[in-house]
Design a protein around this ligand. Sequence first.
Ligand code: 4AD
Ligand code: MG
Length: 432
Amino acid sequence: MKQIQIIDAKNHVGETVKIGAWVANKRSSGKIAFLQLRDGTAYFQGVVVKNEVSEEVFQLAKSLTQETSVIVTGEIREDSRSKFGYELGISNVEVIGESQDYPITPKEHGTDFLMDHRHLWLRSSRQHAIMQIRNELIRATYEFFNKHHFVKIDPPILTGSAPEGTTDLFETNYFDQKAYLSQSGQLYMEAAAMAFGKVFSFGPTFRAEKSKTRRHLIEFWMIEPEMAFMHQEESLEVQEQYVAFLVQNVLDNCDYPLHVLGRDRAVLEKYTNLPFPRISYDDAIDLLIKNGFDDIQWGDDFGSPHETFIANSFDRPVFILNYPKAIKPFYMKPHPTREDVVICADLIAPEGYGEIIGGSERATDYEFLLEQIKNHGLSEEEYSWYLDLRRYGSVPHAGFGLGLERTVTWIAGIDHVREAIPFPRLLNRIYP
Ligand code: 4AD
Ligand code: MG
């Protein structure tokens, strides 16, 4: 007899199959037991009817405890009453691993309790749905960039450089040298773009940020494309096409996870309309001041209430362009006619989810960059290789970084970035 995964149910209707699964929940009466099962690919119902199985099997099914692992044998049937569409008419149950007093019961639990049991909480249908959306975003990312002839390049994780400022670095010993966990692979991706034209990375990045918000992780995953012979305007087009592609693929391929999370498809559909609006930093500041924000002035970075207000002024993600030079990293290209701003953009997600992309055109002028490196207190020696990129065939280039967990949080419509990564590292949490 064939062992299948329930996700393949449609190819086995009417067949008797075996499935390895866990008991998520159970309901039973004198004559029938309903097992809520999950096999990792989906949640489904198994039905055990007393007078269709041996007394032993029926009693065993009725006695199964939450999260017991089993191999069930049964017939795949269509079930038009459930969104999933299939159920298993069970003829036999074999217990593989018992489970006593599973700590996460179907009742409500507090977030701290659930986070302490993250290794088990991942089994819940909600977490399963979120991780499927995360997986789809990763899959669609590779599809998008491969389709557009980007080469996937892996920047190092241990590094001597600090592209996003020196305040939130994780320092470690590298034999007799100092090293940091990567904040961003960007500088290496710039080198890679000079070798391969269009490149992208996808990897973990680390920020020792003392921020305890719904949007901040200490360890998060970033997708960082970098493109040679490209200016900022063209980079913005790549960004909006990429983000719309991500949303469209979740709509196309994650109907069930969206249903489990109660995410309204119609809301997401609006986010596939291009182009995304663009507003300058200057105009964004004016908009805030005109609307009564007296806690911000030109030169300040936006806080989350500011980003939310700006986002709510539009019906889809919005680019904020050309921030003050003083609040952005050293590598951004100066504006051609203004000394006080740089050629960059942040993409702000709708519904209060905040910044999901930071990007810019990169400075190409050797002397300017050297000056910037010194002004930012960075070591000229450490960045000598980076300056080489401007010495040997420098070209206009631009790139960006999309934060995967923030994007998952937004598209899934959940409250907090901690649920968008399997094992979140937060200011006060490294367990489990
Ligand atoms: O804006 P950031 O800092 O940009 C960079 O790192 C550039 N070097 C990227 C590039 O141009 N190649 O970070 C990019 C994105 C943010 O927009 C946000 O989505 C995410 O990374 N991000 C975080 N996500 C979760 N927790 C944090 N602490 C994050 N910090 C940044
Ligand atoms: Mg940023």
